[in-house]
Design a protein around this ligand. Structure first.
Ligand SMILES: [Zn+2]
Length: 302
């Protein structure tokens, strides 16, 4: 599969979900092997696990004091549409909240058109199962020949309860079943979050708000909550900059665990690359293995 970017620049305005401040982004085509890069106040911040500076409530990337909050829904939209390379010019400190989902980013990217590039994609495979988290909140990835997510959200609130679903990437399924799922919050937490500088731009227009008796502003899907969890996970894993091949299984995770898994995958893939490189550097090891397997005769001198 070839890498992709967009055909022309496209802008999107809004407010930041957490900062509550006006913000504007311009999505700009980028050359092959650029990945997704945020440009803010003269700094270039690559979308990568090593750029993450905060993963509570939202994923924030930063460099040299510049910070971009809430990158995950835009990242998910790019991943869902198979866009590898993009420059994101940000005026403000946060990606627009839009309607709390990834749909407006999907629409913006689709309106810009897409184009294949000469370089090939380089998927990341995991050589062994990896798990992060605790007994109740965890994520794992196991080797598989394709990318899949199986997710369980188990919440005490009766309006949420236990919601389970699986995702296998197809552009249509992403656009129809996952991109429109909105972020959510509990009415009882709004006061504390605002005191901590979070959810200041949050409103009934950009989040599902769950009150005592359930969502006070209606749902797009009966299980919109778990769909949004999967959307966030797709967006956070997109920080790896390469498509992940493996089966991700999760329960009650959040941005912090998504980030930990991305780091663990990166590390495991790096270790695997080093192991292959080490084997290549020691041809005698390969010869011994072939001999053990009966592929080569033992040398006469031994
Ligand atoms: Zn989200």
């Amino acid at each position: 599969m070839q890498q992709r970017t967009i055909r022309k620049s496209v802008a999107l305005d809004g407010v930041g979900l957490h900062s509550g401040k006006p913000t504007r982004i311009v999505l700009v085509p980028a050359p092959a092997d650029t990945g997704i890069v945020f440009r803010v106040a003269g700094d270039l911040i690559p979308a990568a696990p090593e750029s993450v500076v905060d993963s509570r409530y939202a994923t924030t990337v930063g460099k040299n004091g510049s910070r971009i909050q809430t990158v995950e829904h835009l990242m998910a939209a790019a991943a869902g549409l198979g866009i590898d390379n993009l420059e994101v010019h940000v005026e403000g400190t946060e990606i627009p909240a839009t309607d709390g989902s990834a749909r407006p980013f999907v629409n913006a990217l689709a309106s810009a058109g897409r184009t294949d590039q000469s370089a090939k994609r380089r998927p990341v495979t995991v050589p062994f199962p990896i798990r992060v988290g605790t007994d109740n909140r965890w994520l794992m990835i196991v080797p598989s020949d394709r990318f899949r997510i199986s997710y369980t959200l188990d919440n005490d609130h009766p309006a949420i309860g236990t919601q389970t679903l699986s995702y296998e990437p197809s552009e249509r399924r992403f656009i129809e079943d996952f991109a429109p799922a909105r972020t959510y919050g509990f009415l009882k937490d709004v006061g504390t979050m605002r005191k901590n500088g979070l959810a200041r731009g949050g409103s009934l227009d950009n989040a599902v708000v769950v009150g005592k008796r359930g969502p006070i502003n209606g749902l797009r899907y009966r299980d919109e909550f778990v769909r949004h969890k999967v959307l966030d996970l797709i967006g956070d894993l997109a920080l790896l900059g390469r498509p992940v091949v493996g089966h991700v299984i999760g329960r009650n995770a959040g941005h912090d665990l998504n980030y930990q898994l991305a780091v663990a995958i990166q590390r495991a893939a790096g270790l695997e690359r080093r192991a292959v490189a080490a084997r290549a550097a020691r041809p005698e090891a390969a010869t011994t293995a072939a001999r053990v397997n009966g592929l080569l005769p033992a040398p006469a001198s031994l």
